[in-house]
Write a new protein. Structure first.
Length: 429
């Protein structure tokens, strides 16, 4: 009886880019309440669920965050009041039915997701369990490798630096999440000095990484290797590198334009370009190496690189089982990026993760470039045994809150905590 939802209140708050987003509070009949908020991307896949935002009105027909909030108050809340907050699947199914579209275009994916996450948190509170255990069971103990984006490029740096969007470090040789976070922050601080010595800017991009005006996409990798060494670690062995070029952003009709290098490459040439980077640098994961609509190109990329690195699909799969299943059937990647707001509900995100794991694919959990201080994805990553996550640089409150939450979980688990380490990364032999 006391687990019934009594009230749902949504409001507008600001995200890390200073744009409006949604925060939701859900109250139960026992007087308990839980809160969640919703992030937003900049390099969004075209097949992502539709969110109502104010910063891109043209794309979403002028429907802003306030309209999504109105949908929560006028349509979603009346339908959910009286429901048991612990019934995640029924709650999500009800909202999806109320929406009635393929891509949540009627109520807004941000409206549905905010309620979905706040209800899950309330369910955890009602069950007297920490969120990661509520979602993942009492056996949930796998702490992920934190992949920290320490050089930002592409749209996240307003195209002033590298064409590639994200250069991440993965301290996979550490013995625990807290050690990995410490190693990552030491490399980040060392990188600041490396950039300063080269006379490059140490201003930061959307995800807290530095955004230097480099002349190629190799340059950031050179600086990162120098920073890893300067911090006292062995590149590759202690700290590896992951990249997300977010190539949909610089491709058109199968041609990829690298402005910094004055080059125009097709999918085969891009695959060779990546192969050379992987020869020369300790890169262990490549996300969105090719564009969201270049399904044929992805096969070329897979055949060249799947034995050497984890090949993650972000824009191409958009956390949607329809596209992930196609990727599995056509064998063109070995991992999917997992972003809650690409699909717009917690249960559908679980479906995507389960599909990947059933097919021996990796799952790489991700924040968005426009974030809030909500640390939901930290608990979710542990619950899903995803093994690795990316949530920006070890800098700025909205990014470090996720890493900090993982360290809290590790402390709570004590000797039961297991750090995912190198095993988290997929490679097809
Ligand atoms: C996190 C990413 O960026 P955004 O949130 O801008 O899509 C990404 O592309 O993986
Ligand atoms: Mg991406």
């Amino acid at each position: 009886m006391n687990n019934q939802i009594q009230q749902i209140t949504a409001r507008e708050i600001l995200d890390s880019r200073g744009n409006p987003t949604i925060e939701v509070d859900v109250f139960d009949t026992a007087g308990r309440s839980a809160r969640a908020s919703v992030p937003s991307g900049a390099s969004t896949g075209s097949r992502e669920a539709i969110e109502f935002r104010d910063n891109d009105k043209s794309r979403f027909g002028g429907k802003g965050v306030l309209q999504a909030i109105e949908h929560i108050h006028q349509t979603i809340a009346p339908a959910l009041i009286g429901c048991d907050a612990r019934q995640m699947r029924q709650i999500d199914a009800k909202m999806i039915e109320l929406d009635g579209t393929e891509n949540k275009a009627k109520l807004g994916a941000n409206a549905i997701l905010g309620v979905s996450l706040a209800c899950a948190r309330l369910g955890a509170l009602q069950s007297d369990l920490p969120l990661y255990q509520y979602l993942g069971g009492t056996g949930a103990n796998l702490l992920p490798v934190p992949c920290m984006n320490i050089i930002n490029g592409g749209v996240h740096a307003r195209w002033q630096g590298a064409d590639f969007q994200e250069f991440m470090i993965a301290p996979w040789g550490a013995g625990s999440i807290s050690e990995a976070v410490r190693w990552g922050s030491e490399v980040y601080q060392a990188l600041r000095n490396v950039l300063k010595e080269k006379g490059l800017s140490t201003g930061i991009g959307d995800e807290g990484g530095f955004a230097p005006q480099v002349k190629s996409n190799r340059e950031p990798l050179e600086y990162i290797v120098q920073a890893i060494e300067a911090a006292g670690f062995k590149p590759g062995e202690d700290v590896a590198i992951c990249i997300d070029p977010a190539s949909s952003e610089f491709s058109e009709n199968g041609i990829y334009t690298l402005k910094t290098e004055n080059a125009k490459l097709n999918a085969t040439q891009m695959s060779d370009y990546y192969a050379k980077l992987i020869d020369d640098f300790p890169v262990v994961l490549l996300e969105d190496g090719l564009a969201e609509d270049d399904w044929e190109g992805w096969k070329v990329l897979y055949n060249k690189l799947a034995g050497r690195v984890e090949l993650v699909g972000d824009d191409i799969f958009v956390t949607n089982i329809t596209y992930i299943q196609r990727g599995i059937d056509e064998q063109l990647a070995n991992s999917a990026l997992i972003k809650l707001n690409q699909i717009g509900s917690l249960s559908e995100t679980f479906d995507a993760v389960n599909l990947c794991h059933q097919n021996n694919w990796g799952t790489f959990v991700s924040h968005r470039s426009g974030e809030t201080t909500d640390s939901f994805i930290a608990d979710m990553t542990v619950a899903m045994r995803a093994g690795h996550l990316k949530t920006g640089a070890p800098c700025r409150g909205e990014r470090v809150e996720k890493y900090n939450q993982l360290m809290r979980i590790e402390q709570q688990l004590g000797s039961a905590a297991v750090f995912a380490g190198k095993n988290a990364f997929i490679r097809n032999c």
